[in-house]
Every structure is written in C-alpha cells, then in structure tokens.
Design a protein around this ligand. Structure first.
Ligand code: ADP
Ligand code: MG
Ligand code: MG
Length: 886
C-alpha cells in the first residue's frame, strides 16, 4: 500500500525537510523542525499525491487513505492524551494547506476543528475557561462556514460586529463567555438559514469536509492567479496538514506571532517580528488589532510593549530557536509561533520572502559569517528580483509635500494615479496608466491589482500584513498601516489628517523606504551600485563565462551601462541619432533629394554629427568593443505625416507642399516591417551606408590619434537574407574604411558583420559567414519573422494566447527555445562551421531576460546584449547558467 500519510510529533517524523515535493513546504518543515527537537504540536501530512489523485479520479480519494488518516489521528491522540470527538478529553486540530512552493494566504486553513456542543463542554472542563472554549468554538464556525461551506464571511462577521456594538465594546477580547456562547448559536442559526442545512456536528464529517476544502482551494481563482504570476505548475498539488491545536487565545499568558529571523526589508541581522497577546492564528496579520513588536531593538515611542518585556522566558526561548533554525536552514526564515499558557510552540518555518536589497545583504553577510559559500550566495539571488534594486528612488533634493506617514513596508519609490480597487488598477494599467492601489487593507483577492500597480498604499496592517509581504515579494514599493488616512471606497477618495482630499485619478508618490505618501509626481534618482551589490557582482563575474554587453545609442547610456558592468556595446542604433534636433531636417533633405548629388549634399551635413556621436560613445567605452548597426528603419519613418508638418517641411526645404506630400506617399509601404529597410536601403542608396562607415572610421581614427587607446569598431549590417547582400555591402564598407585609414595615416582594425534576424539568414548561416566577422542575433525581428507575428500588433491577441495556454509565455519576452531558439542554435553552428572564430551574440530584448540568457550560455554564444539597466540581471543570470551546469 502506498504511503499517503506522514506523521510527526514527539521528536520523531516519518518525513523530512527534503521531501517538499511530497509533503509540501509546510509539511516538510514541520517534519524537519520536529526531528531537530523543536516544540511542534503533533500531527500528520496528507501528501500532494493525494491531491493529484483526487483531481485525476474525479474528486475521489485513493484507496487506503481513510485508514491511514485514522492511524495518523490515533498517533496524535496517543501523544496528546486526548481523543478526537471525545466529550470529556476532546482533541482539536487544525487542517492546513501547504504546497511545494510557498503561496502565502492563497489557500485555506481551518482551526479548532472537532468542536461541537458536546466537545465544547470537555474543553471547558479541561481548561476551566468557558470564555476561551466559546471563543474557539465561534472562530471554528466562522472559518469552517467560510472555507468548507462556502458561506460569505461577511454574513457571520456582521453578527459579530453587531454583538460588539450591542455590548458597547471594540475588541473581540472584550466579549464575555456568555456573549460568545450566544454568538455560537446565532452563527449556527444563520448557517441553517443561509444554506438550508445545519452546521455539521460530527467531528469526523468536519475533518473530511475540511480536508476536501483544502484540496479544493488548490483550484480557487486566487490560487490559480498566484500560480500564474509565479510560474507554479497546477499539477504540483497541495498537501494537507492535520495538526493538534495549541491555543494562543487562552488568556494573557498566551499569544500568537510571526517573525523573520532577519529584517526582510533591509536584510539587517536582527530578529524582526510581531505578536499579539490572547489571540489566535491569523489575528496578527489580519489587522484586527495592532500587533506588538517582539523586541525593543527598534522600539519607537508609542510602540506597544515588546514580548521581550512581557514574556521574557518565551522570548529567550524563541531567540534560541531562531539561532537553531538559521544554522540549520542556512537562510533567513519566516516563522509562526504560538504561546499556550507560557509554553512556546513552533507552527511553521519557511524561507522568508525578502526585498532584493535584503536578499543581497543577507547573502553577502552569510558568506562573511561562514554560513554559505560565494557560489550559494550568487545562486540565492533571483536575477529577476534585481530589477527592483536597479530602479529609481526619490531624489533627495526634490521638493516634496508629505501628506501622510505609514510603515515603510516595501522599499523603492513610485508615482501614479490613485485607484481604490484591484480590477480598476488592472484595467487602468492595461491602458498604460501608472497607478497606485489604495486599500484599507489588501487580501489575496487583490493580487492582480497589486501586480498591475506601481505601488500599494494601505490604511491598516503591519509590516507582516498581506500587503507588505506580497509587495516585497513582487518588488513593489508599499506603504502600509497608514492609519491617519481615511479611505472612502464609496466616494472614491482618501482624506488626510489635515483634511486634504485626494480623489481617484489624482497623482501621488509613495516612498516605500520612508513610509511616506507624497502629493504629485516627485522626481527620482538612479540607484547606487556599490556596497553589498558590488561585492556580490564581483562573485558573479568570477563564475560566469558569457559576456554581457549593452544596447546603447548615446554616450549617456553607454556610461550608465559601464557603471552597471557592461563589457561593450552589442547594439548601437544609428537611426536614433537621425531624429535629434536639427538633424532630422538634413535627413529629410536627403530623403527628398531627387538625385545622387542632392543626397550626397545632405549626407555631408549629417556626417560630422554622426562622427561626433560615435566619438562620444567610443570615448565612454574606453576601448571596449562597440557594435554599430547601419541604418535600419524604412525611410518613411523619418518623414512628417500630418499636413501641418508637411507644410512646415515644404517651407523650410523651399519646395511645394504637394511635392513633399507626393514623396511621403511614394514611400508608403503596405508592410514596412518587411519592406524597403535594413541592408536593402544600403543596396539602393550605397551613399547612405558609405557616409555612416566614414563617420565611424573617422571617429575611431581621430580618437586613436587624440587619446591613443585602441578601438576596433564593429560595423553591423542589418536584415541580411542572402550572402550577396553582405558581399556587396562589405566591399563598399571596406573601401571606405581603407580610404579613411589611409587619409588619417593610422591603422584601425575593424570588423564587419551582420545581424541574423530573418529565418533564411539562419538557414544559410554557413554561406553568410564567409562574408561576416561576427553574427548578432536580432531576436526581436527573428521572433516576428519566425512566428509571422508582428510585435506591434500582437498586443491585441497575444494575451489571449497566453491566457488560454496556446503559448506558455509571450515569445517576445522569453526567447522561444524550441522554435526561434533552434534557429539561433543552428545559425551559430553553421556560422562556426565556416568560420570557427566567429563571434556570436544576441541583441534583442531577450538579452536581458534571465531564462533566455541561460539558453544563450547553453548554446555557446559569446555574449548577450541588453538595455543598460538590465546588465546586472544578465550578468547574474549568466553566472547562474554557469554554476548550474555543474
Ligand atoms: P497559511 O499558509 O495561510 O499561513 P497556516 O496553515 O499557516 O496558513 O495557518 C494559519 C494560521 O493558523 C497560522 O497563523 C498558524 O500559526 C495558525 N495555526 C495553524 N495550525 C495551528 C495549530 N495547530 N495550533 C494553533 N494555531 C495554528
Ligand atoms: Mg496565513
Ligand atoms: Mg502560515
């Protein structure tokens, strides 16, 4: 018989921490904590295989499960000296979800299960505390009705609120035993009324109801969304943990709390956590009462008493456990604990989510502490997460009008239009608006809106609230617990302490590092790349083989990229230079010219300007390789489109309006993407490319003379599909380049290569390589032309494709290994057959996307090239690729 149930308790566990696939993260770690001697309430785990079989067999459990659960329950009963469903010594349990990947708050949990009108009497007799017994009972009915019976939680919540109002109290803890007892019967009546069936009294039925509901919760919409956002496959399934209850709600020597072994926001090595006296389960994160800090290290005036002072013995024990867990797991942990009448229990540990900043600080510090190796430190940082760090923060010199202060829940800065619900945030973001999602508090139903927003602002909840945890995981800035703001969903506005009203659609800025809410759009500054970041990146560079270049068109971008560690320019697009200032006029003159003479005259005006640009870039790159692509877009893009602009150009050029109009129309193409562009322009108008090559070579020759460093310009010819194109254009370029060298009397070596961005070029790469010193795969165009899919038009339907699972991912974001990737691999192999020393790189957007970078490493490219801000991400992804190779 297959083993579906794994027990833990009393220092022994059937499972272990390495069995997360089978036991889920929570179950595996409960087993592990038990085995290393930590105080964990006894329980057992139903494996993820049960979940998979449950869905496969039309929601039937596998044979033998019922017996194994009975056996597991028996062991817990024996250890606790209590019996499930027994009216005198009743065992109560929690039923908890827990999948392989952590999905905080996405699935359901039921606490205090096993209570009914008989067993509650047993709990009263055992504890001598009717208030506690009925508090647990009413909590159980609330959770069970919502999670298992699918009753809207507001229905019972409303009765509770009503009761508090009637009794004139604010907090649940102020209700008496009699009040709570009455609440239980009111709840049951409501359940009967709403669902037409009584609340289940049979503990056995309760247990299987809860187990079924946890398995069902794997497929609830918010879990599905979360999995989609985090790339978690649906077939992993969840495990179910059934565990003996311990009670944090039994009086003032009881408590429940959550903590991080290090600060999840900054990574600082200090024990960070919050707790609540006389409370249970989710009370701390739900924002019902304001949680208290566990220690005084960061105490601020006005903070509530710390656990360190209130429960010194338990706190000391907790600190001991913190050290054990960190040494054992060798990583920062996120823990849940409960104190029952002065005794501490551990209910969960998992690798803590953290900001990118914290991740780097923790990784580098743990290397210094000797806890992990440099390799492990590098592998611990998710390349995608770095993006967070490489983004701007508020300019310290900027004027700012702070309108409210809350908790600095997730760092970074963001500005956007205020919106008050998640659907609207998503919709406005889709229309390219930047939005700030403002909620009283967030819940798992809001994640799609949080994902779409630039930042999140909540009025309630602490540093471990849902909004804070999820925002940090997403790398979004978040200000939480901003209690001084009045948020009015009805009126769609928020009001500050001073009475200022901000309406939906108005712009605010959040500073998640300072916890500030600021009026309007505040200027931001670029990130620092020193300190821990520099230490980590030095290790990264030690381990990677793939080089990382940047796509940069200006000296400024080149400098930024070099600061981020770029080892050259993989793509410098010359057309951007054509648009600037006065130049566009000369470019238009060139296009409008009727003959070669006219064009040459206009080109002569452009040449010195291009030369200046190239000199600026070469100077910034200090001898690192620079690949310059010759003119690529269709000429039509440079001409004015509106009548007003046409008229203006006609006036300046001294020609008739109609003449310009005709020219514009003549250049119109039905499918410009596949039209007269790239090297096809070079074939028709060789003088354009000649001018560009001259500008490149003169810039290089002058710099070599002026500054004396070595430059090897790489001249790149775009959109080649036939070797003959390249042969002709190469001959022209060589002729111009040699002429320049001779004229300057210096020898500047140069390379002439091509972009591979058409399927035919990849297929014919062995032939093309005869004329090319290097290849650069332009994977944006190559993806468009391989799929026959226009990137500019795909936005309308591509989301449906991803939604419906036709494509797993957007191929313009992550390189399609199977199709486009095959062309890249083949093109590289064929090219190197002809020319073994052929330099090969890629320069599409994919060059900065981690999974694509890994692919480029695997197929042996020399470099990837990406936008300046993604250079560190690509460096890290390249190191991961090399380290994972083994
Ligand atoms: P989640 O995955 O959403 O964190 P959990 O299964 O961890 O859900 O449970 C939710 C809350 O209930 C946690 O705060 C946990 O500490 C509490 N809890 C779970 N099981 C028990 C138990 N056996 N005794 C006391 N509290 C429990
Ligand atoms: Mg929870
Ligand atoms: Mg938990």
């Amino acid at each position: 018989m297959k083993k579906y149930v794994f027990s833990f308790g009393d220092g022994k566990a059937d499972g272990s921490g390495s069995m997360r696939e089978l036991l889920g993260g929570k179950g595996a770690n409960l087993a592990e904590m038990t085995a290393i001697g930590l105080p964990v309430p006894a329980g057992f785990t139903l494996t993820t295989e049960v979940c998979t079989e449950f869905y496969r067999n039309n929601r039937h459990y596998p044979d033998g499960l019922v017996e194994q659960v009975k056996e597991g329950l028996g062991k817990v009963e024996a250890q606790m000296g209590k019996t499930f469903g027994d009216p005198t010594q009743p065992l109560l349990v929690s039923v908890r979800s827990g999948s392989r990947a952590s999905m905080p708050g996405m699935m359901d949990t039921v606490l205090n299960l096993g209570l009914n009108d008989q067993t509650v009497q047993g709990v009263i007799d055992q504890s001598g505390d009717p208030r506690f017994a009925y508090d647990s009972y009413r909590r159980f009915i609330q959770m069970y009705s919502n999670v298992v019976l699918d009753l809207e939680s507001a229905k019972l919540e409303h009765i509770l609120e009503q009761m508090k109002e009637d009794k004139g109290v604010h907090l649940d803890t102020e209700l008496s035993a009699a009040d709570l007892k009455q609440l239980v019967s009111l709840f049951k009546k409501k359940v009967q009324e709403e669902l037409g069936q009584g609340f289940p009294e049979d503990p056995e039925e309760q247990l299987w109801g809860a187990i079924g509901a946890v398995f069902d919760s794997w497929m609830n919409p918010r879990a599905i969304t979360y999995r989609k956002l985090n790339d978690i496959p649906a077939d992993w399934g969840t495990a179910v943990n059934v565990q003996s209850m311990v009670f944090g709600n039994m009086g003032d020597d009881c408590a429940t709390g959550v903590a991080f072994t290090r600060d999840p926001s900054t990574g600082e090595n200090y024990f960070y956590g919050e707790y609540l006296v006389n409370a249970q389960g989710e009370d701390v994160v739900a924002g019902i009462r304001t949680p208290q800090p566990i220690n005084k290290a960061k105490h601020k005036p006005g903070d509530l008493p710390a656990m360190e002072d209130v429960m010194p013995d338990c706190y000391a024990q907790l600190v001991g456990i913190r050290d054990i867990l960190e040494k054992h797991y060798r990583d920062m942990q996120d823990i849940e604990f409960t104190i029952e009448t002065g005794k501490l229990y551990m209910l969960q540990t998992r690798t803590g989510k953290r900001t990118a900043h914290a991740a780097i600080h923790i990784a580098t510090e743990m290397v210094q502490e000797g806890l992990i190796s440099e390799k492990e430190a590098v592998l611990r940082i998710d390349p995608n997460q770095l993006d967070q760090l490489l983004h701007p923060s508020l300019d310290p010199k900027a004027e700012k009008q702070v309108i409210a202060k809350g908790l600095p829940a997730s760092p970074g800065a963001a500005s956007g239009k205020v919106v008050f619900n998640a659907d609207e945030a998503e919709e406005m973001a889709r229309l390219k608006n930047k939005v700030i999602l403002v909620r009283v508090e967030t819940s798992p139903e809001d994640i799609h809106g949080m994902h779409a927003a630039q930042g999140i602002l909540t009025a309630r909840g602490g540093m471990t609230s849902h909004a804070a945890v999820v925002a940090r995981g997403m790398g979004k800035c978040c200000v939480a617990g901003c209690g001084e703001l009045k948020i009015d969903y009805e009126k769609q506005q928020l009001t500050t302490k001073s009475g200022q009203v901000i309406k939906r659609g108005e712009i605010i800025t959040l500073d998640g590092s300072a916890g500030e809410v600021i009026l309007g759009d505040v200027p931001k500054v670029q990130p620092e790349v020193s300190g821990d970041f520099a230490i980590l990146m030095a290790w990264v560079d030690k381990f990677r083989r793939l080089k990382v270049r940047t796509n940069a068109d200006t000296p400024h971008d080149s400098r930024v990229a070099r600061e981020f560690g770029a080892e050259g320019i993989g793509l410098c697009r010359t057309e951007h230079m054509f648009f600037e200032g006065e130049r566009i006029q000369a470019v238009r003159e060139m296009i409008l010219a009727d003959d070669l003479e006219g064009r040459k005259k206009a080109l002569a005006k452009i040449m010195p300007m291009q030369k200046g640009d190239f000199k600026g870039i070469f100077r910034e790159m200090k001898g690192l390789p620079v690949t310059i692509r010759l003119l690529d877009p269709p000429l039509h893009e440079f001409l004015p489109q509106t009548d007003d602009d046409v008229a203006e150009l006609a006036a300046v050029a001294g020609v008739k309006f109609s003449e310009v109009r005709e020219h514009v129309e003549a250049l119109h193409e039905f499918n410009p993407m596949l039209g007269h562009r790239g090297c096809r322009l070079g074939i028709t108008y060789p003088e354009v490319y000649d001018m560009q090559v001259q500008a490149i070579m003169e810039a290089a020759c002058e710099l070599v003379k002026e500054e004396g460093f070595e430059i090897v310009p790489e001249i790149m010819i775009p959109l080649v599909c036939h070797v003959n194109e390249l042969r002709i254009l190469r001959e022209n370029a060589v002729q111009v380049a040699e002429e320049v060298c001779n004229r300057f009397g210096v020898r500047v070596d140069y390379l002439i290569g091509t972009m591979i961005e058409l399927p035919r070029a990849a297929l014919m790469a062995d032939k093309i390589a005869r004329e090319a010193d290097f290849f650069s795969f332009g994977t944006n165009d190559l993806t468009q032309t391989t799929y026959g899919l226009s990137r500019d038009d795909a936005g309308h339907f591509l989301p449906d494709y991803v939604e419906r699972g036709v494509f797993k991912k957007d191929p313009f974001v992550a390189l399609d290994r199977a199709g486009v990737g095959q062309l890249v691999r083949m093109g590289t192999e064929k090219g190197r057959q002809t020319r073994p020393d052929l330099k090969v790189g890629i320069c599409g957007e994919h060059g900065g996307e981690p999974s694509s970078v890994v692919f480029c490493h695997e197929i042996g490219l020399d470099y990837v090239s990406c936008s300046p801000y993604r250079v560190p991400i690509a460096r890290l992804a390249a190191a991961h690729a090399a380290l994972q190779e083994g």
